[in-house]
Design a protein around this ligand. Sequence first.
Ligand SMILES: Nc1ncnc2c1ncn2[C@@H]1O[C@H](COP(=O)(O)OP(=O)(O)OP(=O)(O)O)[C@@H](O)[C@H]1O
Length: 258
Amino acid sequence: MSLLEIQGLGITFGGLRAVHDVSFKVKPGEIVSVIGPNGAGKTTLFNMISGVYQPGAGKVVLSGEDVTAMSPHLLARRGMSRTFQNLQIFQGMTVLENAVSGYHLQERGPILADLLGLPSSRRRARAAEEGARALLARVGLDRAAEREAANLSYGALKRLEIARALALQPKVLLLDEPAAGCNAVETEEIDHLIAEVAASGVAILLVEHDMKMVMRISNHIVVLDHGEKIAEGDPATVSRDPAVIAAYLGTEAEHAHG
Ligand SMILES: Nc1ncnc2c1ncn2[C@@H]1O[C@H](COP(=O)(O)OP(=O)(O)OP(=O)(O)O)[C@@H](O)[C@H]1O
């Protein structure tokens, strides 16, 4: 059974068809990657799926429910969480405080009990801290819990961002370029983390420019070009597909002439 179903999604900006009629499915425990040359529509597609943009056409179905254009915090309650290309980490806070903040993403603002410092709010805070420490261990940052986030390496910050998204206990995790800016060792650590999260049954949807990483970890790849799906399949099939090769060579040729 598919957990996430993308059905004919499309959006137009001005006269430009940024994404047109894109469909695919993601099952629990599966890693699906969306690839394509610059400007292909990957980020726009992600923003429609995660409720940042309202699609002009099509549907997003999560666990059988139509969640199209639902706000990110309602999607989070239904089990979809995401990371962003630009890190959303609070640099002035500790690693632990950042992980704890993931537990509050679903809440709409300070709850009265928190403002009054009631026992229920203290219990919630304790549970969030325990959960956050367990998550930090899962992403290999338990020993850095008390450090300021600003002092972490880039790869560690990326893992912290994934920990924050995992605090919502998602059924579907959307990762926007999780390895961008990382060196080979950091990328490998993120590889392992993504594989471990998928193995726990979470459906993973990934946008990533690092082709080697995509080929290594994906079960299924969706290829976009000029906003349209031009191919999909397992890594071996997609990398041999003439339309995919032409799309990538086409952009190289544009760069060479541009
Ligand atoms: N908010 C917007 N307003 C107008 N045009 C947009 C907007 N967002 C994206 N576009 C256009 O839509 C097209 C798809 O862009 P998008 O950023 O989704 O591509 P991408 O595949 O993520 O590219 P990259 O690999 O460079 O991140 C591009 O032509 C882009 O200029």
